[in-house]
Design a protein around this ligand. Structure first.
Ligand SMILES: [Zn+2]
Ligand SMILES: [Zn+2]
Length: 276
């Protein structure tokens, strides 16, 4: 790995539920999981079902892994892959998981409770890897080393959520998913300011969002994503968290519409790789 390497790999780009209903060949069916390789560090954003193929991949290339997993919020589509993350079943691996406490429950307890019988046959303590779970709160920054940091801010979503910004070697990537419009604030613009990459929740079209049932749903539109990208002067916009009812053609169409407002836009797909 190059010393100042900063690459972003997409393993799951859907929201809500992994599905093959639409036989998506282009964008994929797994829920949120993004891998960042930054210098010597492995950083994983969310542990939706996309973390399963990522785990297979990691085990095929490295027998002794060390990584950092940041969880935006513990809705199922962002943690459902954790029990199936194969690296957790080897004592050679060491991972630190960061997430926010909810309802006064420390984040570690949230994960432990989620892997209890009768929900799952294997308990959290059955993992063989060395796993540390830490609380992270809005406005906190985790220094992975002196060149690599991960910052968090609060975004609006049912049950509340965190967005992350990874800065390293003068490059940056923001991960802003599961967010509803009213968060489109000066704080969010400052958070995304001059980022090379912004990954943003584009679950809904503006027509869908105009319907009452999507008000308070907790998700955003491609138009808000594009406006934020312009205002914050970002390098490239990645549309993310595609709704489960969207076909490949519909997502491609959303990408085309977004490009009319912010030209350097691409819709995230499983297998998309970006090197900064
Ligand atoms: Zn989600
Ligand atoms: Zn959510």
């Amino acid at each position: 790995m190059k010393k100042n390497n900063f690459s972003i790999n997409f393993w799951g780009v859907r929201g809500s539920c992994a599905t093959s209903k639409n036989k998506s060949a282009v964008y994929g069916t797994n829920t949120s999981c993004v891998e960042l390789l930054v210098g010597d560090h492995l950083i994983i954003l969310d542990a939706g079902t996309g973390i399963y193929p990522l785990g297979e991949h990691l085990c095929s290339i490295n027998k002794a892994q060390k990584g950092h997993i940041f969880i935006s919020h513990p809705h199922y589509d962002h943690i459902q892959g954790l029990p199936f993350f194969i690296p957790f079943y080897s004592s050679l691996n060491a991972y630190t998981i960061y997430g926010e406490q909810k309802l006064d429950i420390p984040f570690e307890n949230i994960l432990v409770d989620y892997m209890k019988k009768p929900y799952f046959p294997i308990s959290w303590n059955d993992f063989d890897a060395h796993i540390t779970v830490l609380n992270i709160a809005p406005k906190e920054t985790v220094a992975i080393d002196r060149n690599v940091s991960v910052s968090a801010i609060r975004v609006n979503h049912p049950g509340e959520n965190l967005a992350f910004r990874i800065d390293a070697y003068g490059k940056s990537c923001c991960y802003i998913t599961d967010i509803e419009h009213r968060d489109y604030s000066s704080e969010l613009i400052a958070f995304a300011r001059n980022a090379d990459i912004v990954i943003y929740d584009a679950s809904l079209t503006k027509e869908e969002y105009s319907k009452a049932e999507y008000n308070g749903w907790g998700h955003s539109t491609w138009l808000v994503a594009a406006n934020l990208a312009n205002e914050a002067n970002v390098g490239k916009l990645i549309l993310f968290h595609h709704a489960i009812n969207k076909t490949d053609d519909e997502i491609l169409n959303i990408q085309k519409q977004t490009c009319t407002v912010f030209p350097n836009t691409v819709a995230a797909s499983e297998g998309l790789e970006i090197n900064l």
